[in-house]
Design a protein. Structure first.
Length: 288
């Protein structure tokens, strides 16, 4: 049976560091502030936004949830974002997705000030993720790597297979893995034999958004698998991209839920504190 790489302990370590830093900031008369925009209509988005709010309260972080009716105009959202961009007491801005079809997610995301974009979704931060320059990188790819490191697995010199190169997780993760000095093979919709690439992998990441993409016959006993997929079954159960019986064959695997997703939320707040540092110093400084 595989080692189950749960992320609760790793997330708590991140939160402990954040609480300590927030307390130091408060003693200096500053309090981190996160503004989140939620357009009603997607129950999952509303649930995640309120979960983040509860965590912020525990961390001592000021959290303002701006909620809009699903018929809100694009101009109204852009106006609020402009106001938040200019507000010195607001250090981070997060846009809950998906948005209703009448709103352009691309236009709205691009309107967020890059150094307040803790989700790493603006063009400037996407470029920084590629180059490694100062910026705010997407939280989920960071969580994938942090989880591996928490369990003592180095990426340097390892053969890594990445299944899925979507804009949100796979593509930024590809560039981050290269900076970790891993040898990366990226599999996508045009890949003819994913199992062949997995057979040579020491470590694999899957981020497709479809259950059972990785099956038991595709993996091997030495493989370490990080599952970044989140899918809801017809029965309302949350599952990853790997089939349930994959756990019987691999060396180690991250669970869904309780794996990458749990650590991702912690990384978002780590990004918020990084955003504060980036707002106080020049772009030439690269922060860890």
């Amino acid at each position: 049976m595989a080692i189950i790489m749960k992320s609760k302990e790793a997330a708590e370590q991140v939160y402990a560091t954040i609480r300590s830093q927030v307390e130091q900031m408060k003693q200096q008369g500053h309090r981190p502030h996160l503004a989140t925009l939620l357009v009603e209509g997607d129950p999952a988005s509303a649930y995640y936004a309120r979960t983040k709010q509860k965590i912020a309260e525990k961390l001592g972080i000021s959290f303002h949830l701006h909620t809009f009716d699903r018929h809100v105009s694009e101009a109204e959202l852009l106006h609020l974002i402009g106001t938040l961009n200019d507000a010195s007491h607001v250090h981070g801005i997060m846009l809950e997705l998906p948005l209703p079809q009448h709103l352009s997610a691309s236009v709205i995301k691009q309107s967020i000030a890059p150094y307040k974009d803790i989700d790493g979704i603006t063009p400037d931060n996407k470029l920084a993720t590629v180059t490694g320059d100062a910026g705010l990188y997407p939280a989920t790819p960071q969580a994938c790597i942090e989880l591996l490191k928490h369990y003592g697995h180095s990426l340097a010199g390892k053969n890594v297979t990445l299944v899925g190169i979507g804009q949100t997780v796979g593509l930024p993760l590809f560039h981050m893995l290269q900076r970790e000095n891993a040898t990366v093979t990226a599999c996508h919709a045009g890949t003819r034999d994913i199992a062949e690439h997995l057979s040579h992998a020491d470590i694999a990441f899957v981020a497709v958004g479809c259950p059972d993409v990785i099956t038991r016959d595709m993996v091997h006993p030495g493989l370490i698998l990080v599952d970044a997929g989140i899918n809801e079954t017809l029965e309302g159960k949350i599952v990853g991209d790997a089939a349930p019986d994959v756990v019987e064959k691999v060396h180690a695997i991250s669970p869904v839920p309780g794996g990458v997703g749990t650590l991702t939320t912690a990384i978002l707040y780590k990004n918020l504190l990084k955003a504060i540092r980036l707002q106080h110093y020049s772009r030439e400084v690269v922060y860890s």
